[in-house]
Design a protein around this ligand. Sequence first.
Ligand SMILES: *Cc1c(COP(=O)(O)O)cnc(C)c1O
Length: 355
Amino acid sequence: MEMQLNKISVEKTKESKLASVDFNNLPFGSIFSDHMMVCEYENGVWSAPKVIPYQKISLDPSAKIFHYGQSIFEGMKAYKDKEDKIWLFRPLDNHSRLNKSAARMAMPEIPQEYFMEGLSTLLQVDKDWIPQTEGSSLYIRPFMFASGNGFHASPADKYTFLICTAPSGPYFAGEVSVLIEETYARAANGGVGYAKAGGNYAAQFYPTKLATDKGYQQVIWTDDNTHEYIEEAGAMNIFVRIGDTLITAPTSDRILDGITRKSILQLAENEGIKTEVRKLKVSEIIEAANNSSLKEMFGAGTAAVISPISGFGYQGKDYELPKLENSFADSLKKKITAIQYNLADDPFNWRYQVK
Ligand SMILES: *Cc1c(COP(=O)(O)O)cnc(C)c1O
């Protein structure tokens, strides 16, 4: 079945998998919707985006993605409210960050209208895949990779941009215990830590496995030079509450500029919570733990929204965080998700309705 939506061509699947999905029992990011959006770059131009059935990709063994890892991605969510309206959260920020990642990896930027119209069309075609149950959403994975061929270590001459989606339940169950990293680093000065480049995550897997072998669930990354300053929590930004002040590290070459991070900062300020964006030493956290002024630590990112930390290990010692009645993590998560799901006013104009 061929049709046009938003000027974008749509080829619908003949065999929908929708009926086989249990929407009351959704995993995170491992069931894929019926369609995907695809767009190819060749001879210096992007072809018009198309929506086609979700399917395998065919690539030559010499495609540069396999050899040199030119690959970037984004993570977003679509929410469906009680009236079946579809919402995105600050999607233009994902588009501009994708282009920042592309520039750093010597890949072509994607025009905003291709990104937004391609995504909107895909969401309309697969609107029945967007869960309506609380805490669930349609996880959206835009990504671009080098599809041009050659063993030459240089940028490819062809790229593919795809958007796939996955109806998903909540990302993490409960609180996590973390290990503050003393040896490895996820990013370096002058490097690609601020880009959502595939290789950044591959490089995290080994140190993370060492931490999970020791019984922790996640690594708190510290700066590559001294390991004295905390930077990120796994693939999330990190927040630390000391007394009644909420602290997060400043973005840099090494720290990803998270959309959840900056939204949490704005919401907290709006609530009258004192915030500080500054470098934070591990020694300051240990001191705060020892004098009981350390109240909370949590990760912030699109997938988990807010992921509370129950305790951390550092230099062979474990530290527990207190159990709070009215945590910043809980109240800020409620505030941000109420905006995302169209359950509250949107004073900052963050919501974007897909029509
Ligand atoms: C994606 C990501 C984040 C969170 O960014 P959001 O825009 O909030 O989803 C934080 N840190 C890293 C390393 C990431 O990859």
